[in-house]
Design a protein around this ligand. Structure first.
Ligand code: URA
Length: 273
C-alpha cells in the first residue's frame, strides 16, 4: 500500500505552518518567496532521534513541498542509513525559502525574525522527540544551530550529540564557484563525513536498524545515494519524484523568467508510456 506523510494537522505544527513569515521577513530580492515556504521532511509524530538542519529548498523541494529530496537529500539519506537511521529523523532548513543570488544566504544568517521562526520549529522538534543527535549541513546551518542554543532555553538545554558537516552538495558548489576538481572535492566531503560517522555512530543509542560502522570510499558509489522514502512525501506523489534522477530545473531566457519557471519532466526511463 502506498505510504505518505500525513502533514501538519497536529499541534504545534498546525500553528507553526499557519504563522509562517513572508516577504516582510524574507526579502524577495534575496529569497524566492514566490514559490512558497517548504517546512520540513520526516517524522512529526515524536519518533525522531536525529534532527538534521539543512540550508534552503531548491527545485525538487518546490514541487514536492518537502525539504532535502533532490541530490542533497539522497546523499544525506545515505549518510543517515550508515547511522542505522532509516525512519527516525526529522529535517528542517535554515531558510524556509530558496535563496536567490550569491550573497542572499550569508546576508540573512543573523536576521532576528528569520531566526525566531526557525527557533520555534527547533524548540517544537526537540521538545516533542528524544533527539540523540543534531546534524548541521553546511556553515549556515551550523550558525543556525548555535544561534538557537544561545537564544532558546530548549536550545541551551539540549545535551545530545552535535556535528557540523560539509553540505552534501559541497563538491558541486566548490566546482562551480572556485573551479575545484569535483573528484577531489567529493573526497574532501566524504573524509569529513567519515569523521562525522566516527563521532555520531556511537551517539545513536536507538538506531532503526543497527548497522556496523562503514566508511565512504573516496567517491560516491551508487549505493551511497538512498531513495527518499514514500512516507516522507505528501500523498499521491508519483514514484519518479523520489527517483535518483533530476526531474526539475529552472528555465528561462531572462533572470526573471528563470526565476518564474520550473520545468518538470518525467525521466525517460521512468515513463509508463
Ligand atoms: N534542499 C534542501 O531542502 N536543503 C538543502 O540544504 C539543500 C537542498
Amino acid at each position: 500500500m502506498p505510504d505518505f506523510d500525513p502533514g501538519y494537522g497536529r499541534e504545534p505544527y498546525a500553528t507553526l505552518v499557519r504563522s509562517y513569515p513572508g516577504p516582510e521577513t524574507y526579502p524577495t530580492a534575496d529569497f524566492r518567496t514566490e514559490w512558497g515556504p517548504v517546512f520540513h521532511r520526516g517524522r512529526l509524530d515524536g519518533t525522531a532521534r536525529v534532527l538534521v538542519i539543512g540550508q534552503d529548498p531548491a527545485t525538487h523541494e518546490a514541487v514536492t513541498r518537502r525539504i532535502l529530496v533532490g541530490t542533497a537529500g539522497r546523499r544525506f539519506q545515505g549518510f543517515l542509513a550508515k547511522l542505522g537511521i532509516t525512519t527516525s529523523y526529522v529535517m528542517v532548513n535554515t531558510y524556509l525559502y530558496s535563496v536567490y543570488g550569491q550573497s542572499g544566504g550569508n546576508a540573512h544568517a543573523h536576521d532576528p525574525a528569520i531566526a525566531a521562526y526557525r527557533h520555534a520549529w527547533l524548540d517544537a522538534l526537540v521538545g516533542a522527540n528524544r533527539i540523540e543527535a543534531v546534524i548541521a549541513l553546511g556553515t549556515l546551518a551550523d550558525t543556525a544551530f548555535h544561534a538557537w542554543q544561545a537564544a532558546s532555553p530548549a536550545g541551551a538545554a539540549y545535551t545530545g550529540a552535535y556535528r557540523h558537516v560539509l553540505h552534501p552538495t559541497y563538491p558541486d558548489s566548490a566546482a562551480a564557484s572556485s573551479g575545484a576538481d569535483p573528484a577531489q572535492a567529493t573526497a574532501k566531503l566524504l573524509a569529513d563525513w567519515n569523521a562525522a560517522l566516527d563521532a555520531l555512530h556511537p551517539a545513536i543509542a536507538h538506531p532503526d536498524q543497527p548497522v556496523p560502522l562503514t566508511h565512504y570510499g573516496s567517491g560516491l558509489a551508487p549505493a551511497d545515494l538512498v531513495t527518499i522514502p514514500e512516507a516522507d512525501l505528501p500523498a499521491g506523489l508519483p514514484a519518479w519524484m523520489r527517483s535518483d534522477e533530476t526531474w526539475a530545473s529552472r528555465q528561462g531566457a531572462t533572470p526573471a523568467d528563470k526565476r518564474a519557471t520550473l520545468l518538470v519532466r518525467i525521466p525517460t526511463d521512468l515513463r509508463p508510456f
